[in-house]
Design a protein around this ligand. Structure first.
Ligand code: GDP
Length: 327
């Protein structure tokens, strides 16, 4: 058999199959082996249910060692940032989850610039990554960049408070902000609806750039498009958290027990908890990481390089001085 007839033989056999169709499987296998990581920040006034929600989201007790401060300690406290890391595994897929908590937020008497330490924290993570990336051992960089910030809005105010506006504007160019309406069980469904509209309007009015869900491709199926639309209209996600399991209609569920009934955390008729969890874990985790890398980190990096270049130019003596010296 000559060369061309061998080729015809293979073409007929495999319908011109070269093998690159296995690329997704190869990528999949490699990624699963490496494991995934995700860093989520929670921010907003203390007492709004941040720790409870995080525990409910990832079904872990991330805060077992938490020390709650008394009123006096909280008055003088500046925002203290704490980090908790857990390794979770599901069907052989490992996820290293880091939660960055900003507890004393809004507690102090003077809250001016209380967002500063949070902004500094995000910048420090970018700075560390930038250093590691420019260093010798680029292979094993520990990536601590913050991929998403859940910003808790109080259900008791009339929309956003000045501190919310200030905080989100200080951070919106550094991190993906996802606003949530906390303790939604304290509001009736029509109040939730009205509050959501008001908050969305205020976000627009004050020019706050929250995380934008990527647009759907036109060739996506109708169900996916519908889900996407619902997700966009859910902002801010109305959430309820609970660390206790209660019995509702013969089933054991995570919920809150009141004299008048049970609020189920995972019931989508009661709140947007499931929508938020699906968005964070099932549908948009990779996009949140991509936007962090491609937009927020890239901005930081560009600014860094610009200021480094400016410094170098400043340090160099003017050209005429160099010419004089040469003479
Ligand atoms: P953090 O300071 O923001 O972390 O708030 P915590 O998670 O410690 O919660 C403060 C208090 O609010 C606790 O007593 C919780 O039981 C309660 N709590 C948490 N989530 C909810 C919720 O969704 N609804 C209601 N009504 N209370 C909540």
């Amino acid at each position: 058999m000559n060369y061309s007839s061998i080729l015809v033989f293979f073409k007929d056999q495999d319908k011109e199959y070269v093998g690159f169709a296995t690329l997704p499987n190869q990528v999949h296998r490699k990624s699963v082996k490496k494991g995934f990581d995700f860093t989520l920040m929670v921010a907003g006034e203390s007492g709004l249910g941040k720790s409870t929600l995080v525990n409910s989201l990832f079904l872990t007790d991330l805060y077992k060692d938490r020390k709650l401060l008394n009123a006096e300690e909280r008055i003088t406290q500046t925002v203290e940032i704490t980090k908790h890391t857990v390794d979770i595994e599901e069907k052989g897929v490992k996820l290293k989850l880091t939660i960055v908590d900003t507890p004393g937020f809004g507690d102090a008497v003077n809250n001016t610039e209380c967002w500063k330490s949070v902004a500094d924290y995000i910048d420090q993570q970018f700075e560390q990554y930038f250093r590691d990336e420019s260093g010798l051992n680029r292979k094993n960089i520990q990536d601590n960049r913050v991929h998403c910030c859940l910003y808790f809005i109080s259900p008791f105010g009339h929309g956003l408070r000045p501190l919310d506006v200030e905080f989100m504007k200080a951070l919106h160019e550094k991190v993906n902000i996802v606003p949530v309406l906390a303790k939604a069980d304290t509001l009736t469904p029509s109040e939730v609806k009205k509050k959501k509209i008001k908050i969305r309007e205020e976000i627009e009015q004050y020019g706050i750039k929250i995380y934008q869900f990527p647009d759907c491709d036109s060739d996506e199926d109708e169900e996916f498009k519908q889900q996407d639309l619902e997700l966009k209209e859910s902002i801010p996600f109305a959430v309820i958290g609970s660390n206790t399991v209660v019995e509702a209609k013969g089933k054991r569920v995570r919920g809150r027990l009141y004299p008048w009934g049970i609020v189920e955390v995972e019931n989508s008729a009661h709140c947007d908890f499931v929508k938020l969890r699906n968005m964070l874990v099932r549908t948009h985790m990779q996009d949140l990481k991509d936007v962090t890398r491609e937009t927020h980190y890239e901005n930081y990096r560009a600014q860094c390089i610009q200021s480094m270049t400016r410094m170098v130019v400043k340090e160099q003596p003017p050209l005429h001085q160099l010419e004089d010296e040469a003479l």
